[in-house]
Design a protein around this ligand. Structure first.
Ligand code: PLP
Length: 402
C-alpha cells in the first residue's frame, strides 16, 4: 500500500499555471457536440476558413523535399527570417533585419520566449485588462509580476498614459500592448499608440507589442505599429506576430518575435534548449503566406467585418447588454453586469462565469466568461464562425435573456 503524502507531485511553478480558459471552453463545446448535443461554440479564437490553397500547396511540395526532413537552424529558415523582415516593412512600416527575427511555434510561444528572455524575478509588467489569458501566465512563468490596469467599455477598453504613469514603479520593466485587442476588439488610434510609445521611451520601459491581428481592422479603424510611430523604441521593443489569425493557420503553429539582436540571440539560445526549429513544412507554408499577396486575407477580413456587425447588432438588442462595436480582431466583448444578481434558468446567477454555465446548460451556447480575461461581468464571443451558426447561437442567447 502506498503511503499517504502531502508532498506536491509537480513543481509549485507549474502547479500555479491556470488552464487556458478559452481552450477549455472550446474543448467542452466540441466534446458536447461530439456527444450529439446541438452546441454552438463562441469560444475559439480561430478563423473558420481553411488555409488559402497556395499556402497548402507550398507545404505539400515541402513535404516531398528531403531537405525539409531534417533539423534546420533554431531561429528559423534564413529565407523565412528575411521574408518576415520584408513583410513587416511592407505591412507595418517597421524596418528590421533578418537577424532580429526568431521564428517560434506560434504566437503563444513568442509570448513565452519573450518574457522568459526579458524578465528577472520581481520585474513588473504593466498589463492592461481585459487581457488575453496567456499574458499573465507567461509573465509569471518568467518570474515577473503582472500589474493589471483596468479599462472598461466606458473608456473604449484603452489604457491611458496617465494610468500607465500612475502604475509605474522602480520595478516596472515592460508594458504589454496589443491592438487590435483580444478579447475586446479595441483598436488604439495612432495618436494614442504614439503617446504610449513616447512615454515608454522616456522612462526606459520595454514594450512588448502583439501585432497578431494587424490585418483585421474594420471601418475607419486602422492598425498602427508602435515602433514605427516611435522609432526610438526599437532598442527596447519586442514585436510579436504570427500567421494564425491573418492566414487562417492556427494549426500550423508558426509565429515570431522581432527584437534587438541581443534579445533575439538570447531567446534563440532558450529555444535551442527547448523546442529547436519550428517544423520545416510549416515554415515553408509560412514563407508562401508572407511572400504572397493579401487577397485571401482581404476576403476573410470582409467576412469578419460583416459578422462582427451582425453579432454586435444582435447583442446590443438584448435588454441590459452593453456591447461596443468591434473595431478589429474577431471578438465582441459585451457587458452583462445588468443581467447579474438575478435568476436565469431557475438558478441564481451572480457572476459572468455562472451566466456562461447557464447558457451552455440551457441553450447549448458556449461563451468565455470575462473572469478569464481579468474582466468579471463581461464575456467574450468570437465571431470567427459561419453566419448561420452565428445567427442561431446569438439568437438563442437573445431569446433566453430577453
Ligand atoms: C492576442 C494574441 N496573441 C497571440 C496569439 C497566439 O496565437 P498562436 O499561438 O495560435 O499563433 C493569440 C491567439 O489567440 C492572440 O489572441
Amino acid at each position: 500500500m502506498g503511503s499517504v503524502t502531502s508532498e506536491p507531485r509537480v513543481s509549485r511553478r507549474i502547479a500555479a499555471i491556470a488552464e487556458s480558459a478559452t481552450l477549455a471552453v472550446d474543448a467542452k463545446a466540441k466534446a458536447l457536440k461530439a456527444a450529439g448535443e446541438p452546441v454552438i461554440g463562441f469560444g475559439a479564437g480561430e478563423p473558420d476558413f481553411p488555409t488559402p490553397a497556395h499556402i497548402v500547396e507550398a507545404a505539400i511540395v515541402a513535404c516531398r523535399d528531403p531537405a525539409n526532413h531534417h533539423y534546420s537552424p533554431t531561429a528559423g529558415l534564413p529565407e523565412l527570417r528575411s521574408a518576415i523582415a520584408a513583410k513587416t516593412a511592407r505591412d507595418s512600416g517597421y524596418a528590421c533585419e533578418a537577424a532580429q527575427v526568431l521564428v517560434t511555434n506560434g504566437g503563444k510561444h513568442a509570448v513565452y520566449n519573450t518574457f522568459q528572455t526579458l524578465l528577472d524575478s520581481g520585474d513588473e509588467v504593466l498589463l492592461p485588462a481585459p487581457y488575453w489569458t496567456t499574458y499573465p501566465e507567461a509573465i509569471a512563468l518568467g518570474g515577473g509580476v503582472p500589474v493589471e490596469l483596468a479599462t472598461t467599455d466606458a473608456s473604449g477598453f484603452r489604457v491611458t498614459v496617465d494610468q500607465l504613469e500612475a502604475a509605474r514603479t522602480p520595478n516596472t520593466k515592460a508594458l504589454l500592448f496589443v491592438s487590435p485587442s483580444n478579447p475586446t476588439g479595441a483598436v488604439y488610434p495612432p495618436a494614442e499608440v504614439e503617446a504610449i510609445g513616447r512615454w515608454a521611451v522616456e522612462h526606459g520601459i520595454w514594450v512588448v507589442t502583439d501585432e497578431i491581428y494587424e490585418h483585421l481592422t474594420f471601418g475607419e479603424h486602422r492598425f498602427t505599429s508602435m515602433p514605427t510611430l516611435v522609432p526610438e523604441l526599437a532598442d527596447t521593443c519586442v514585436v510579436l506576430n504570427g500567421v494564425a489569425k491573418t492566414y487562417a493557420m492556427t494549426g500550423w503553429r508558426v509565429g515570431w518575435m522581432i527584437g534587438p539582436r541581443d534579445v533575439i540571440a538570447a531567446a534563440t539560445n532558450l529555444q535551442s534548449q527547448s523546442t529547436s526549429n519550428v517544423a520545416n513544412v510549416s515554415q515553408r507554408a509560412t514563407l508562401a503566406a508572407v511572400t504572397g499577396d493579401l487577397a485571401a486575407v482581404g476576403e476573410m477580413r470582409h467576412a469578419f467585418e460583416r459578422r462582427g456587425k451582425a453579432m454586435h447588432r444582435m447583442l446590443s438588442g438584448i435588454p441590459g447588454v452593453v456591447c461596443l462595436e468591434p473595431q478589429g480582431a474577431f471578438y465582441c466583448f459585451p457587458n452583462f453586469e445588468a443581467l447579474l444578481d438575478r435568476e436565469w434558468g431557475n438558478r441564481k446567477v451572480t457572476t459572468s462565469a455562472e451566466l456562461a454555465e447557464v447558457l451552455l446548460d440551457e441553450v447549448k451556447v458556449a461563451i468565455v466568461p470575462g473572469e478569464a480575461f481579468g474582466a468579471p461581468g463581461y464575456a467574450r464571443l468570437s465571431f470567427a464562425l459561419g453566419d448561420d451558426d452565428l445567427g442561431e447561437g446569438v439568437g438563442r442567447i437573445a431569446d433566453f435573456l430577453s
